[in-house]
Design a protein around this ligand. Structure first.
Ligand SMILES: Cc1cc2nc3c(=O)[nH]c(=O)nc-3n(C[C@H](O)[C@H](O)[C@H](O)COP(=O)(O)O)c2cc1C
Length: 340
């Protein structure tokens, strides 16, 4: 309540990139590190799930893009996420697109961004990843050609157990290269040759009319050796408030589209490959519905911005409550249940 009625309105008055910077500093304060693990505790045996052979304490994770330079992954994890995704990490330092490039659409609980991968670059981010990491840290990497991505994978191989390959940012033209099936196959096969880690491919979102194009791309990814898919990135949109005129929309406006895509993806892939639902995940009902339709895990970014520090905490609490009400004893058992 305090966050939504007081902090969020103030943050929305400030330039969104500046308010992100303030949040980043806040998460680095020593008191945050000491007190959050004590004050925020909502994960339990009931919320734990084994995915990709990794025991995660909750199915809700933080999506890529919030901690691009991997400075605050552990404080974020202490907010009761089951996993957090650092990055997207790029080989070279990048400044991204010209500003303005990030807006709140508060009434819609959505964001529009055209950041275009601002990144400190692999060398500096690798230094940020020196301490304290565990298997709940996923790393998102990308590049505009195969060599850039392979270099990131080689360097970061021992810093994670799960790589998420971002081939879908709507703000970086070069990524479309990997929408070509043979380029994507080649990339994944090369990664599998040099990495023992699990590989998730992050797809762009699709409309119902385009579904076969992206379901086929997802299938190619899995047949080439990827362990799963993240469905999906932000939705491409035009907006004249952005300096570059186009970007990606995220948040509540995506929820129903995400649930449709999860059902389509599971039906296309069958059981086995991992599916991570991403886009408009705001509360425990969204997580429940995504799992019921075939997702293994969920990620949120914009929900975290609008719901605040208790985002993952409340999702875990809500899931436990729903599991008790519906007589479900594990996260796995939610799969195939009816929607709420
Ligand atoms: C400001 C912003 C920056 C983002 N940066 C990245 C990124 O670097 N890499 C990536 O894969 N996705 C990035 N995303 C996309 C999110 O990870 C997510 O796929 C998308 O926002 C949909 O989820 P949501 O509705 O929960 O925000 C970004 C999203 C936002 C809003």
């Amino acid at each position: 309540m305090f966050y939504k009625s007081l902090i969020l309105p103030i943050l929305q008055l400030i330039n969104p990139e500046f308010s992100h910077l303030i949040a980043e500093k806040f998460f680095q304060l020593p008191f945050f590190k000491i007190f959050t693990p004590i004050l925020f505790k909502s994960k339990s045996k009931k919320t734990s799930t084994n995915v990709l052979g990794i025991e995660l304490s909750s199915p809700i994770g933080l999506a890529a893009g919030y901690d691009k330079n991997c400075k605050i992954l552990n404080p974020l994890l202490s907010l009761q996420f089951g996993f957090v995704t650092g990055g997207t990490i790029t080989l070279e330092e990048r400044f991204g697109n010209p500003k303005p490039r990030l807006f709140h659409l508060a009434k819609e609980k959505s964001l529009i961004n055209s950041l275009g991968f601002p990144s400190l670059g692999l060398e500096k981010i690798n230094k940020n990843l020196q301490i304290d990491h565990d298997n709940s840290i996923f790393l998102s990497v990308s590049g505009i050609n195969e060599d850039e991505i392979i270099e990131c994978i080689k360097t970061l191989e021992n810093k994670t157990e799960v790589f998420e390959i971002n081939i879908s940012s709507p703000n970086t033209e070069g990524l479309r290269l990997f929408h070509n099936h043979s380029e994507l196959s080649k990339l994944i096969e090369k990664i599998k040759n040099i990495s023992k880690n699990k590989i998730l491919i992050k797809l762009p979102p699709w409309l119902e009319s385009e579904k076969q194009i992206f379901l086929d791309l997802g299938k190619t990814a899995i047949l080439s050796g990827a362990d799963g898919l993240v469905v999906a990135n932000s939705l491409p949109t035009n907006d004249e408030k952005l300096a570059v005129g186009k970007g990606g929309k995220s948040g509540k406006v995506l929820t129903s589209n995400t649930l449709r895509m999860i059902a389509e993806t599971r039906s296309s892939l069958g059981p086995g490959p991992i599916i991570v639902a991403c886009g408009g995940i705001f509360d425990s009902k969204d997580v429940w519905n995504a799992l019921a339709l075939g997702a293994d895990l969920c990620q949120g970014y914009t929900g975290f911005i609008y719901e605040g520090l208790l985002y993952a905490y409340n999702i875990n609490k809500g899931l436990i409550q729903m599991m008790i009400e519906k007589n479900v004893s594990s996260i796995d058992q939610i799969k195939g249940k009816s929607l709420v």
